[in-house]
Design a protein around this ligand. Sequence first.
Ligand SMILES: [Zn+2]
Length: 355
Amino acid sequence: MHAVALLVAPLLAYLASRAVTAAAVRGADRVTAATRLRRANRLLQVAAGLGGIALATDSLLDDAVVAAVPGPDTAGLLVALAGTVAVGGVLPALSVHLGSRPAWATVAGREPDYPSVVRRYVVVAGLLTVPAFVVVAAWLAAPAGVSGLPVVAGAALAVVAGLPVAAAALGAVRRPTPAERAVVPECARDLRVRVVATDRNPVANAVAAGVVPGLRYVFVTDALFETLDDAAVAAVLAHEAGHHRRHHVLARFLATGLALAPLFLTASGVFDALLPATAASVGLLLLVGPAVRWTEYDADAYAADRVGAASMERALATLADRGLLPTDRPPLVGLVSLHPAVADRLSRLRDHNRF
Ligand SMILES: [Zn+2]
């Protein structure tokens, strides 16, 4: 029964994605349509991936693989886990992604190049899942108990440090052109600014990544240069530079790691109270939200000091207008969200102006 469901899941995911994404782009301008598509694509991929993984875990696939792989149990477990993620998670999610390509074609005005779409997807899926496997493998290989903690933390830190380097090398990423370079503000000059090509997926976005000095990156999509004027782009880059300068990237990693520590220690057999440990981890993770939201205000303030509050305000307002940042939202969503609403960020920037 589960095997049949696993076989038809990618087909169903593809068909659902085609229908939903076709509806999402109807009657919208290019950038809005791209934003809606990205959101629908992401939500459907998460749903298809999680549903598929639940099915695969519940099927006999896992046990069969563990039994079939020779050698220590750890190797069998890792191979079974990889199989579950690939068949249950990546395949249905890829089907959703492929189902959204015809809708993308209407936004980008070009026919999809399916082989390159699949190639890109596999690279991104690898960049997202291989790090998790490295951490899980470190955990399985580490000594049990508290002494295993530094091994797992070290593996996780190596992944956080190495991931942007791998993304820059393997992803559709290039160095800025001289014109783009000229927009980079002074405070971001010694960071590795890289432009993510989004020709088929014109979404304005930027992110700070990496924790090792010299290997700290700011990734920015080419669509951001199209969407914002030069001073506003400089403000977004200064905001991302602020995340590096004020050590937000490392702080976010440490906060998440600390929040997950009770769960890890229980899974390693140090504590045997799963329920309190889960409650502690969930409680701590809920505290990470406000901390991350504070780093957003702090990075806005950093950017306002470097390039002027007016540019930062214009960048936020334009991105909110295009539906790329939430303007307002229900309190419950705000509580667990990692980014504050733009209205709050703008009012903080205005306060910032007064001093
Ligand atoms: Zn930020």
